[in-house]
Design a protein around this ligand. Structure first.
Ligand SMILES: [Zn+2]
Length: 273
């Protein structure tokens, strides 16, 4: 079995105590590649540094990184303002300069979850989502999309601004019909730990109703650990449980499913085997 974790945040302090040891263990547990996802300018910097540092070790997975702002982390200013333009320039430099280039822009998107947010927040999130999609188009790399409680607006923006760019709709939480819409637009659906939860009816239906070629595996480490580790710190080797669940739903051999999912990740991030 080969595992590709398409979405993890290993710069998180939860890994400070045992990061190297964990990466070596993950590699022994079939984790061959991991994409480190930036959720802010600062985190993007940290994930890039991590990727460069640990790619020197041959007994660890190969690491990639992305740059972007999670909708809860976007600057308060407009992307057209002086600070906004500077911020986008910083993201761009981080993506293309130095020893390693970003393989995607993300995670970007919309998150309307939380009572404290208002229309102004939503409008600001939308502007940044579009601005960072445009950066992906400019750099000719895919996007990693975060969308929570913002189903309609996210789909509309992807349809109008991100057609043909491709990428992953990460931690997919909507109905199968919506997943099919994204597939039509050339997007892959990110499936992680939640598919193993007993009450995850919707996610299981999504897996059942879309083709295996449209799915990629992810952890969102340190969050969303699958059963039997639910609630604990997540790690890429636990994707094994996600693959098992997908194979069960699809009624297919686990080795065939895991290899198909690995290949899908290579396709979505434009990587060679
Ligand atoms: Zn994430």
């Amino acid at each position: 079995m080969r595992i590709f974790d398409t979405h993890a945040h290993y710069s998180d302090e939860k890994y400070d105590i045992d990061r190297e040891e964990l990466f070596r263990r993950m590699y022994k547990d079939s984790v061959q590649r991991v994409t480190l996802i930036g959720a802010s300018l600062d985190e993007s910097k940290n994930e890039k540094e991590l990727a460069i540092k640990y790619n020197k070790f041959l007994d660890m997975p190969k690491f990639y990184f992305t740059v972007g702002d999670h909708p809860d982390e976007v600057p308060k200013c407009s992307p057209e303002s002086v600070e906004g333009v500077q911020h986008l320039d910083s993201l761009k430099s981080l993506a293309i300069k130095g020893a390693l280039s970003a393989i995607a822009i993300g995670e970007i998107g919309l998150d309307y979850h939380g009572d404290f947010k208002n229309e102004d927040d939503y409008e600001n999130q939308k502007k940044w989502f579009i601005a960072e999609i445009n950066l992906a188009r400019e750099l000719n790399i895919p996007i990693v999309v975060h969308s929570r409680d913002a189903c309609k607006d996210t789909l509309e923006i992807v349809k109008n601004y991100a057609k043909g760019i491709g990428g992953i709709i990460h931690c997919f939480s909507y109905e199968p019909e919506i997943a099919k819409e994204y597939v039509k637009l050339g997007y892959h659906i990110g499936i992680g730990g939640t598919v193993t939860f007993k009450n995850a009816r919707k996610t299981k239906e999504v897996v059942a109703e879309i083709g295996i070629e449209n799915i990629v595996t992810e952890t969102d480490s340190p969050w969303l650990a699958p059963t039997p580790y639910r609630g604990e710190r997540n790690e890429s080797s636990y994707i094994r449980y996600v693959i098992e669940e997908i194979a069960k739903i699809k009624e297919k051999d686990i080795e065939i499913v895991s290899e198909a999912l690995y290949q899908n990740a290579l396709v979505v991030y434009n990587l060679k085997d």
